[in-house]
Design a protein around this ligand. Structure first.
Ligand SMILES: CC(=O)[C@@H](O)[C@H](O)COP(=O)(O)O
Length: 257
């Protein structure tokens, strides 16, 4: 089970709360996923007072932990300020830290990310950084105080799955004791299973569920896939081979050639 900053979390799936057809469908999808943590954008909350109230009511009734995020922040200053506001609004030291490099790829600005992570950790935040799979950047984030890393699977909203399986596997091998969450770019449940089969602790997704024809059913499908991947990893998968190996014993054959 994932442990984030000392908190034991049962579900290997974290769900985003944006882009759903309605707050009611969002709430139903969260329930169907049985996730323990949802991520919420502070900007989403403060955008429209009335819609924000309804939305927050649904979130509160779910009884899940909130991981506020700094989605859409393009500078260290903006991300740090947003994180501080989120701490006030949501009453938690947790922050999913996004410092975005450019609007086209929504790739993390890894230099800004490390700087913002250092500032926020120094101010008592428990930072969940949305990062790349780069080992050097990951080292810097850990040095900056991050006890969880959240490398992307693919660009946010792209539904491309795990773009760099080798890089994600290397990261897992390099940090056996740091909780790792694949965050962003997942499109179908098999992507979540693949991440968990690599030994990741959890997956975080939003668009693939919110934009599905039936978000509630898709949330359930992702949750089951993440569980299956987790179970497969703990069960210990066999090594792939280049050549065939009979799965039926030759003993007992009528003719032994
Ligand atoms: C909700 C959120 O935090 C996103 O920025 C997150 O990274 C999920 O990405 P997808 O929407 O691609 O699942």
């Amino acid at each position: 089970m994932p442990v984030f900053y000392g908190e034991i979390i049962e579900s290997p799936m974290l769900l985003g709360t944006s882009l759903y057809p309605s707050p009611a469908i969002m709430a139903e999808a969260v329930r169907a996923s049985a996730c323990d943590i949802v991520t919420v954008s502070l900007r989403r909350e403060s955008g429209s007072a009335r819609a924000g109230q309804d939305f927050w009511g649904f979130i509160r009734d779910l009884g899940v932990r909130v991981l506020p995020n700094t989605a859409g922040c393009h500078s260290v200053r903006e991300a740090v300020t947003t994180a501080k506001m989120a701490r006030e609004v949501f009453g938690t030291p947790w922050i999913k830290l996004e410092v975005i490099n450019d609007a086209e790829t929504l790739a993390p600005d890894v230099f800004g990310l490390v700087e913002a992570a250092r500032i926020l950790s120094g101010e008592g935040f428990q930072v969940f950084p949305y990062c790349t799979e780069d080992l050097g950047v990951a080292e810097r984030l850990v040095e900056a105080g991050c006890e969880v890393l959240m490398p992307w699977g693919a660009p946010i909203g792209s539904a491309r799955g795990l773009n760099n399986v080798y890089g994600l596997r290397s990261l897992r091998a390099h940090f056996p004791d740091i909780p790792l969450v694949v965050d962003a770019g997942l499109g179908v449940p098999s992507h979540a299973a693949a991440a968990m089969e690599l030994g990741y602790d959890a997956v975080l997704l939003n668009t693939a569920v919110a934009k599905a024809g039936d978000p509630v059913a898709m949330a359930r499908a992702f949750a089951q896939a993440a569980e299956a991947g987790r179970l497969a990893f703990t069960a210990g998968a066999m090594e792939p081979r280049d050549m065939a190996a009979p799965s039926t014993p030759v003993l007992g054959k009528a003719f032994l050639e």
